[in-house]
Ligand binder design. Structure first.
Ligand code: ADP
Ligand code: MG
Length: 626
């Protein structure tokens, strides 16, 4: 057989390498920023257009490159940063693999301007898909400017795979944050489509964090410092009361390189144990300095995962440092689950006497009773088989929130049966068609403060209370958004909330959906949002938390293709506001929830596609007794 193995041409090899290094515009941003830092720059500008798809440019005032180096820098495995494999164990630079520029030049249109201190004139180089188009003398200041246009121009599949400009912009912002947080002594400017997003002057770590995440951040930070022979730990954690439902700001830097480490993350989270609710996440900005010879950065092409020689010791040290920080700043004693209102679960209705439901209930009410015998041939008759307690007066807080949506939908005098009840077929599937009146007192009970159990002719239904309420709220919010009839509650005193610039951008993006839900904004500025009205279902005290959650869910969810703003907003609100496991519900609330659930269009699964209830038939039970 003839020989069939060939060496791949360089440009093909580069394209393949690019697949590892360059996943999206944000990867290019990371590599270029890191090169600028390695070049010793103290001022770095990042300019992007259309989420980095049209343009990514990084301009630095670092040491620049000679004419020959400029040419060589685009060769694969060309680096000035290491000379031998041993150097890998004493790394002080971000880069060392020598493949970033070669990879980027293989899949984009690249233009380089660079000049060293000593040279009179600089070099200009144009490369498209690994091919050098031109090399000329260039009059340019000391430093390097690298312009990357039309990323993935020669790999349409990769280009099509890119997400919307907004999503790519967000990934770029994330990378920018990571680099800027690691290097507060460097001045950074970031421009997106011609407008300045960040202007970060040279500062210290704390100021850098505050400059990026907004002035409100300052009061949230608690310093965490420790110096041992193995590691020097410095940085900040956020006070427990500022922990968020979303993951939020969690950063580890090792020798000023951002890294991901689920193991170290666990160490931090475990130090917070008992201080924050289990579903909340602490924020942290932690800088670890270790001897470069004790880590291996070479295990991942994007260099965000590293291997530590002695992970266990690091874990223990980190955990105790965080615990110490929490204790030293008197954070721990002020945390008392019974007293600290910041930590009170907002849904803990049973302890809030002022917020007791104010619902008048018809004692003889039975959700499954029929007003008249069911006429199996009439499609509308099933609707009458449900009724709902009437309201004395609308109240905006507490458990009766469950009813609020319904009330605004059906009007004060109408009862539940008058809203279109599309569950004829479906009710048939859960409830026996010939429903018998059941004793109202025995209709529902709560199991382990998690499930509502209710009887039906054929047996019983066990309903997950939290998922059921999520479903009810979700459909209600979606409806409000589509028909635009949400009830807004005007605030006597406008709420001033602070966010980071990036978060404010997201709020402006989803503003329309929020307004149709009943939010009213007066001002949306750089770092502040002024709210003058909130939806009836959202207590004023929870507006900040709800918006935080919305921002983070929106960031996560725009990743998916089935992206729809109103859907995300409705999902988040329903998740945040629904009753939770562990909450005690009185029998009226239980009944109302059951009714409202089965009035939903889709009552079998929660908005997050989890089953809401199970049925256990009498036959199933009988079988157990055989
Ligand atoms: P690495 O950073 O791993 O060495 P790169 O492909 O990113 O590999 O860069 C190749 C080389 O080009 C670097 O080692 C460096 O010498 C040079 N270089 C790249 N960017 C710059 C810059 N902004 N300023 C000065 N030199 C640079
Ligand atoms: Mg590099």
């Amino acid at each position: 057989m003839a020989d069939i193995i060939q060496l791949l041409p360089d440009h093909v090899a580069n394209q393949i390498a690019a697949g590892e290094v360059v996943q999206r515009p944000a990867s290019v941003v990371k590599e270029l920023l890191e090169n600028a830092i390695d070049a010793g720059a103290d001022t770095i500008k990042l300019i992007i257009k259309d989420g980095g798809k049209a343009l990514i440019q990084v301009v630095d005032n670092g040491k620049g490159m000679s004419e020959t180096d400029a040419r060589l820098s685009f060769e694969r495995h060309a680096t000035s940063k290491i000379k031998s494999a041993e150097d890998l164990f004493s790394l002080n630079t971000k880069g060392f693999r020598g493949e970033a520029l070669a990879s980027i030049a293989a899949i984009a249109h690249v233009e380089l301007h660079t000049k060293t201190e000593d040279d009179e004139v600089g070099t200009q180089l144009k490369i498209e898909g690994s091919k050098i188009i031109s090399q000329e003398i260039s009059v340019t200041p000391k430093g390097t400017s690298l312009c990357v246009k039309n990323l993935f121009f020669n790999i349409p599949a990769r280009r099509n795979f890119l997400k919307s400009n907004q999503v790519e912009f967000r990934h770029i912002t994330d990378e920018f944050h990571r680099v800027a947080l690691a290097h507060p002594s460097i001045q950074f400017n970031f421009y997106n489509n011609g407008s300045e997003i960040f202007n970060l002057p040279c500062s210290n770590y704390r100021q850098r964090i505050v400059n990026i995440f907004g002035s409100k951040t300052n009061e949230k930070l608690v310093p965490a410092d420790e110096e041992t022979q193995v590691v020097k730990i410095s940085g900040f954690i956020t006070k427990p009361e500022y922990s968020k439902k979303s993951r939020g700001e969690q950063f580890f830097f090792v020798n000023n390189r951002f890294i991901k480490s689920p193991y170290l993350h666990h160490a931090v989270v475990s130090a917070f144990e008992g201080l924050i609710k289990s579903e909340n996440h602490p924020g942290y900005f932690l800088y670890l300095d270790v001897d470069p010879s004790t880590i291996d950065i070479n295990i991942h092409p994007t260099k965000t995962e590293i291997k530590f020689d002695d992970e266990h010791t690091l874990y223990a040290l980190l955990r105790s440092t965080i615990k110490h920080a929490l204790g030293q700043f008197n954070v721990v004693p002020s945390i008392d689950f019974d007293q600290d209102p910041n930590l009170d679960t907002p849904y803990n209705y049973q302890n809030k006497s002022a917020e007791q439901p104010n619902v008048v209930v018809d004692a003889g009410f039975n959700p499954f009773a029929t007003d008249k015998p069911i006429d199996k041939t009439s499609s509308g008759s099933n609707a009458n088989s449900f009724s709902v307690p009437k309201f004395e007066k609308p109240n905006t807080k507490g458990w009766e929130n469950l009813y609020v949506g319904l009330e605004s939908n059906v009007g004060k005098d109408s009862d539940f049966s008058s809203i279109s009840f599309e569950s004829d077929v479906i009710t048939g599937s859960i409830f026996d068609e010939q429903r018998e009146p059941i004793d109202a007192v025995a209709t529902t009970f709560q199991l382990r403060r998690k499930y509502i159990v209710t009887t039906i002719k054929s047996g019983m239904v066990v309903i997950d209370q939290s998922r059921a309420h999520q479903r009810v709220l979700y459909e209600n919010f979606l409806k409000n958004i589509t028909v635009k009839e949400a009830v807004s509650q005007q605030l006597l005193f406008p709420l001033q909330l602070s966010f980071s610039k990036a978060d404010v951008l997201i709020i402006s993006e989803i503003k329309d959906s929020l307004q149709t839900l009943g939010f009213a904004f007066d001002k949306i500025e750089e770092e502040h949002v002024e709210i003058t009205g909130v939806p009836l279902l959202v207590p004023e005290s929870e507006v900040g938390m709800v918006l935080d959650q919305l921002i983070s869910d929106y960031q996560m969810d725009v990743e998916t293709d089935s992206f729809s703003q109103s859907d995300i907003v409705s999902k988040t609100l329903s998740k945040t506001l629904a009753v939770k496991t562990g909450e005690q519900l009185d029998s009226e609330s239980q009944l109302a929830l059951v009714n409202n659930l089965f009035a939903c269009k889709e009552f079998k699964v929660s908005p997050f596609n989890k089953p809401i209830y199970i049925t256990i038939t009498s036959d199933d039970i009988d079988k157990k007794f055989l």
